[in-house]
Design a protein around this ligand. Sequence first.
Ligand SMILES: Cc1cc2nc3c(=O)[nH]c(=O)nc-3n(C[C@H](O)[C@H](O)[C@H](O)COP(=O)(O)OP(=O)(O)OC[C@H]3O[C@@H](n4cnc5c(N)ncnc54)[C@H](O)[C@@H]3O)c2cc1C
Length: 371
Amino acid sequence: MTKHSWVYNVLTAEPVLRKLLQKMGVEIRWRCRAVDVEKEGNRITRVAVRVDRRKKEWVEGDAFIDTTGSAGGMKACTRYVGGCAMCPWMQCPTFGDRVNITGKAGATTVNMHQKDGTPGIKYNGLYLYKESLSQEWKDKLAESHQIFVPFRGIVDWDIDPEWSWGTRGQDGNDGMGHPADPETSWRVAPDVGRFRLLDRGIFAGGAGPSPLKLEQLRQVPGFENVVVAGPVGGMNLWSLGHDLVFCENNLRVPPLGNLFTAGSKAHMVDIQPGINSGYLAGFNAVRVAVGKEPVEFPLTTVSGDIIAFTQKFLRDSAKTEYGGPTTFVSAHAGHYLRHLKDAGFFPDNPDKCKQRIADAGMTDFFEQRVV
Ligand SMILES: Cc1cc2nc3c(=O)[nH]c(=O)nc-3n(C[C@H](O)[C@H](O)[C@H](O)COP(=O)(O)OP(=O)(O)OC[C@H]3O[C@@H](n4cnc5c(N)ncnc54)[C@H](O)[C@@H]3O)c2cc1C
């Protein structure tokens, strides 16, 4: 599809994963939100979940994993980026604002910051209902799973200099929207003059421009009847990068002995590092629960590399004037993709990857039983 990204439908993945967990006998507590934590010394003993407005229940455990991500919550999005994007993902109006469970447990967390110091950066994305595109664009999308729709000279764009700061920084460019390295840049800045829409099942879209009025959007040929799926309000942005957590390379969160993290809560942005670090966090949580030491991914694997890279990046950026990172660590864009190239991981292919995993002694690693 491109040199460094794959397209798959995350919407169909969710029901499959849900069924898989049920088949494995995992008890899933739906519609409840972790709100509080209790500990003895450096061990968390139980977490409180709110099951409705009045009722709180405690869940005891031997080990815990905080994968609550870093997205704003309505309070942050309203205060820091101008409103709730009403994204179909977080569902804050139903479940409530974000709670920094890891911070409550006594670990150190940091925020990303906008240029003016506002906590959480503005993140841009645009998702259109696929069916609302013209037949021509629908056909092209079905054929190639990715379309580039030009808008230069068709719509005017009022650029908020802050709106894409985080993603521009990720491109490693000069803040003017010009990619420093076309190989590691794919973001759609206003300056690029085109939308890049990926096939997302019922949506067409992705990270990219969003602060564009519906009236303007519909001037683009093929977008005459377009309906925006996200941000639902049309003009708002996501506030991301809240309460990021420092952890060891095995994903344990000091000073806690039995708390782990994974995914974007640990600033590894995007789906794939979320999956890979989620495996390790789960594996290590069980190990610690039965009195074993947690393990690390070898640094010769990309999964080991991204954890170590991200944590160093977090530590270094916490010392800057912003007190935290101003851009992401993403495996498919910007400075981390450049690092993957420099370290020789990228370009990659399945054979090279399998060999790397075999050399690191990690083939079928997660097949082993901990208990
Ligand atoms: C607009 C946009 C476009 C993106 N595009 C791409 C892309 O094209 N490709 C890609 O790979 N990645 C993309 N990403 C990034 C990717 O979506 C994230 O990095 C990834 O979803 C992070 O996964 P996570 O599980 O760590 O966190 P999240 O997906 O944020 O999940 C955290 C979950 O925890 C829940 N939660 C939060 N607090 C609590 C609590 N107190 N109690 C219980 N539950 C709680 C939340 O409701 C949420 O379901 C995009 C992100 C955005 C915002």
